[in-house]
Design a protein around this ligand. Structure first.
Ligand SMILES: [Zn+2]
Ligand SMILES: [Zn+2]
Length: 308
C-alpha cells in the first residue's frame, strides 16, 4: 500500500468512525473535568448542578439532532468533498500532508476566533450568542451551551472555512476533538496552580483566562475570545489578564437576565434571543462614561444624546 492508498484508507475509517471518536473523547474529557470540579472547585456555584446540567446538556442533545437534520454531511464529509474536487488553498498548492494538517488546524482556530468576535459585535448575532453568556455559573457544561441557531451559523461558517482552506479530513477531526476537549477544560470550574496557568496561557486558553470573557462587565466580556490558542487575543489586542473584581469576586452572566427560569431552563434558553428591546446591547452602544464622552473631541461640539 503506498502513502496515497494509506491516506485514503484512513479517511474512509475516519468517515465511518467519526461520531464514535468524538463521543469517546467527549465522554472521557467530560468525566475527567467533572471529577476535577468536584475535587477542587474554583468558585461556589449559585444554582444546583442538576438544574443547570439538565438545561445545558438538554441543549447539547437538541443541537446534535438539529445539526444532523440541517446538514447532509458532517464537517469531515465536507473536507473529503473538498479533497476530491481539489477545492481550497491547501489542495490548490499541493501542500504536503504533514504541513497541511497543523496549518489547517491553526487556520480553523483563527476562523473561529474571528467568528466569536463577530457574534459579539453584530447586535442580532449577540442575541443568539448571549445564550452562552447567560449562564450565571461557569462550569464544563457552560462550554457546550449554544443556541441551535448559533450552532447552525457556526456549522455554515465551518463548512465554508474547510472548503476555502482545503482542510484535510484528519485536520478537521483533530480540530473538532480539540475544540470540544478545550471548551470543557477552559469552562471548567477548576483550580490550576498560578504558575501552570501562566505558562499554559502562552499558547492555550486556561479556565481563568476564559472566565474573564463571561464577566457581566461589557469591557471584560469583550475580551479573551479564544477557545484553543491564546495567540489571536494577544496579537489583536483583546487579551485581558484578570477580571477587576478577581476570579472569585467577579459576577458571571449578562446584566438583567438572572432569573433561573430564563437562564437555566431549556424553554427560557431557546426564547432568550427573542426577548428584550433590540437596543439592550450592542457593541456600538456601549455606555461610555461621562468623562470619556467629554474627553472625546468628536462629541464636544454636538449636543449629547441620551443613550438608553
Ligand atoms: Zn462570547
Ligand atoms: Zn465561553
Amino acid at each position: 500500500m503506498n502513502l496515497g492508498e494509506t491516506g485514503m484508507a484512513f479517511e474512509i475509517w475516519v468517515m465511518a468512525n467519526e461520531p464514535l471518536v468524538r463521543i469517546g473523547f467527549f465522554v472521557a474529557v467530560f468525566a475527567l473535568v467533572a471529577l476535577w470540579e468536584t475535587a477542587s472547585p474554583r468558585r461556589a456555584l449559585l444554582l444546583s448542578r442538576k438544574q443547570r446540567w439538565t438545561a445545558n446538556l438538554g441543549l447539547v442533545l437538541l443541537n446534535t439532532v438539529v445539526v444532523r437534520w440541517v446538514f447532509p454531511v458532517a464537517a469531515v464529509g465536507m473536507a473529503a468533498l473538498a479533497a476530491e474536487r481539489g477545492w481550497g488553498l491547501l489542495n490548490l498548492y499541493a501542500v504536503p500532508f504533514w504541513l497541511a494538517v497543523p496549518l489547517a488546524v491553526v487556520a480553523m482556530d483563527f476562523a473561529i476566533w474571528l467568528q466569536h468576535v463577530m457574534v459579539h459585535a453584530v447586535p442580532a448575532l449577540w442575541r443568539l450568542h448571549r445564550v452562552h453568556h447567560a449562564d450565571v455559573d461557569y462550569d464544563l457544561t457552560t462550554g457546550a451551551r449554544f443556541h441551535p441557531l448559533e450552532i447552525v451559523l457556526s456549522m455554515g461558517i465551518k463548512f465554508a472555512t474547510i472548503a476555502l482552506l482545503g482542510a484535510p479530513v484528519l485536520a478537521v477531526l483533530v480540530f473538532e476533538v480539540l475544540l470540544s476537549a478545550c471548551a470543557m477544560f477552559n469552562h471548567g470550574n477548576i483550580r490550576l496552580p498560578a504558575r501552570v496557568d501562566r505558562v499554559l496561557r502562552w499558547f492555550m486558553v486556561t479556565p481563568d483566562m476564559h472566565r474573564v470573557h463571561h464577566s457581566v462587565e461589557d469591557d471584560e466580556s469583550n475580551s479573551n475570545f479564544g477557545f484553543n490558542l491564546t495567540w489571536w487575543d494577544r496579537l489583536f489586542g483583546t487579551y485581558r489578564e484578570q477580571p477587576r473584581a478577581g476570579q472569585r469576586g467577579m459576577t458571571i452572566g449578562i446584566r438583567d437576565h438572572t432569573d433561573p427560569h430564563e437562564v437555566a431552563r431549556l424553554p427560557g434558553l431557546l426564547s432568550l434571543p427573542f426577548k428584550g428591546p433590540i437596543t439592550d446591547y450592542a457593541i456600538n452602544r456601549r455606555p461610555y462614561s461621562a468623562k470619556a464622552l467629554a474627553d472625546a473631541p468628536v462629541f464636544k461640539s454636538q449636543p449629547q444624546q441620551e443613550s438608553k
